[in-house]
Design a protein around this ligand. Structure first.
Ligand code: DX5
Ligand code: ZN
Length: 225
């Protein structure tokens, strides 16, 4: 069975207390930290960049997962020309580099570049991009991210019409990590998990909850069900 991975999106956290926010969700059982990087060009918003990731890596070291939080940095790169940023994000502490299929001319070369640094490579598709677009690339990838909102902002409404893409990809690639991102929470996780998503990003639903630990457990139980 594929491992369930719960990845709170720090975009919905209190940036003034970012280190504490990250320690909190990791202590509550989060597997990864989902780090949304936006350049104001590929998407119509600017979020955070290299200096923040670098500082965060110092505040939340990789650890051994037992005595220290196993902070895996899942970098979702909503940027144009993603190839420009691989090396620096690796140096800053990225464990996975997710580029957008729509942002690059040569996705396979980019995957090879990412892998040459020894980290995981993933490819994201926006709502208008069909699942078929990444079929050829999938065997080279560690994960495919199916966006369930238009990228750019947290707190948007989940798009159920993206679910058939998750189903298609899961059927075709039974061993591949499939991530969903956007509008995931207690109400929307059942359909996404049933379709075969095993890596769940949740921003507002986790950081906005009175009991984030309960939400993390709920998401995981649905994926593992
Ligand atoms: C948006 C980002 C998402 C966002 C999700 O472009 O990719 O990761 O933070 O936020 P929620 O979970 O609030 O929809
Ligand atoms: Zn994201």
């Amino acid at each position: 069975m594929l491992k369930s991975v719960i990845a709170p999106s720090i975009l919905a956290s209190d940036f003034a207390n970012l280190g504490c926010e990250c320690h909190k969700v990791l202590g509550l059982g989060a597997d990864w930290l989902h780090i949304d990087v936006m350049d104001g060009h590929f998407v119509n918003n600017i979020s955070l960049g290299l200096p923040v990731v670098e500082s965060l890596r110092k505040a939340v070291p990789r650890g051994d997962g037992v005595s220290k939080p196993k902070a895996f940095f899942d970098c979702h790169m909503m940027v144009s020309e993603p190839e420009k940023w691989v090396e620096e994000f690796v140096k800053a502490g990225a464990d996975q580099f997710t580029f957008h299929f729509e942002a690059t001319k040569d996705p396979l070369a980019l995957v090879k570049l990412i892998k040459s640094f020894g980290i995981r490579a993933a490819c994201a598709i926006k709502p208008a991009t069909p699942a078929e677009a990444v079929y050829d690339l999938a065997p080279y990838l560690d994960m495919i991210l199916v966006m369930t909102i238009e990228p750019g902002f947290g707190g948007q409404k989940f798009m159920p019409e993206m679910i058939p893409k998750v189903e298609l990809l899961r059927t075709k690639f039974p061993e591949l990590d499939i991530q969903v991102d956007g509008g995931l929470g207690k109400a929307t996780i059942p359909v996404a998990a049933k379709a075969g998503a095993n890596v769940i990003v949740a921003g507002t639903a986790v950081f906005g909850a009175a009991d984030p630990g309960e939400v993390i457990n709920f998401l995981r139980d649905e994926v593992d069900a």
